[in-house]
Design a binder for this molecule. Structure first.
Ligand SMILES: *[C@@H]1O[C@H](CO)[C@@H](O)[C@H](O)[C@H]1NC(C)=O
Length: 279
């Protein structure tokens, strides 16, 4: 009686129920740093970051940070090209405060062509390895990426698959991606510059508006020269969809009041973290 009341109170109070991975309750099987995994005969690399004070009984969020065209896993994991330390995993490492496991996969030659499904198989293999070696909440997988890293996150999300994502953030999403069958409902936060190609981002957003059963209208995008951003939230029967346009070009760390990337001033990490932690 006492036990079931306690369980009721916990579920009632927080409304959450974790789906612990095979690595929960086991000795920590991966250390932070570069890793190698063989995928269909090919050696592939990724960087993992395990929270300080890792608790093998705590199911953590798992967040992929996917690099852009010509980028690298180091760029993502260490915040290179924007602001080292501050921009690690698109600024989310800092905001997570040791509550999430992060992974940065390396594309072959800095690309995500996914030839013969090779990149998606690589992501699946990372999931298998990380979730078997560390304690992950398998209901709480996320991905964030810029440019081709954004569209690759879109492709991984809308296909569903064996390791479905709960939500993604696509910054200036661009680049080829496969989405088959493409009907998976996944939380979608899209962020795109008006001087970039926002219609490209809108077409990806609209897939999730459809998949997630959303209605609503986009707010008027910011005026050129305003150095600001505009947010639109849709009403969805499934997972949420949010769309942000900003006055700027093809960049990953937009901020209000200035042009170009600024890691410490950018609103992107705050929005992405807020979005991911609604789940
Ligand atoms: C980013 O913003 C901070 C604080 O406003 C400022 O000190 C810094 O110079 C800016 N960096 C860039 C690259 O604009």
């Amino acid at each position: 009686m006492k036990h079931s009341l306690a369980a009721f109170l916990i579920v009632g109070a927080f409304g959450v129920s974790a789906a612990p991975s095979d690595g929960c309750g086991q000795a920590q099987g991966l250390e932070s740093g570069p890793q190698s995994v063989n995928v269909n005969g090919q050696d592939r690399q990724f960087i993992v970051r395990v929270p300080e004070g890792y608790d093998h009984n705590n199911p953590y969020r798992l967040i992929f940070g996917v690099h852009w065209w010509g980028g690298s896993m180091e760029n993502v994991a260490y915040g290179q090209t924007v602001e080292p330390g501050v921009w690690n995993y698109y600024g989310l490492e800092r905001l997570a405060e040791e509550t999430a496991i992060f992974v940065a996969p390396q594309g072959i030659g800095g690309n995500w062509y996914n030839e013969g499904g090779s990149d998606y198989a690589f992501f699946d293999e990372i999931n298998r390895l990380v979730e078997g070696s560390l304690c992950v909440d398998t209901d709480l997988r996320f991905s964030i990426g810029f440019s081709w890293g954004g569209s690759t996150s879109v492709g991984l999300a809308c296909r569903g698959g064996e390791f479905p994502f709960r939500a993604i953030t696509a910054i200036a999403a661009a680049g080829p991606f496969e989405c088959n069958p493409g009907t998976a409902p996944v939380g979608y936060l899209g962020i795109h510059g008006i001087a970039d190609n926002p219609d490209n981002g809108r077409s990806m957003r609209d897939r999730f508006i459809n998949n997630n059963g959303c209605t609503g209208e986009e707010n008027t995008q910011p005026a050129p020269g305003s150095l600001s951003h505009v947010r639109s939230d849709y009403q969805c029967s499934g997972p949420p969809v949010t769309w942000i346009t900003f006055d700027g070009g093809h960049i990953q760390a937009p901020w209000d009041g200035g042009g170009g990337d600024n890691g410490s001033e950018s609103y992107v990490p705050g929005y992405a973290w807020e979005f991911f932690t609604t789940f």
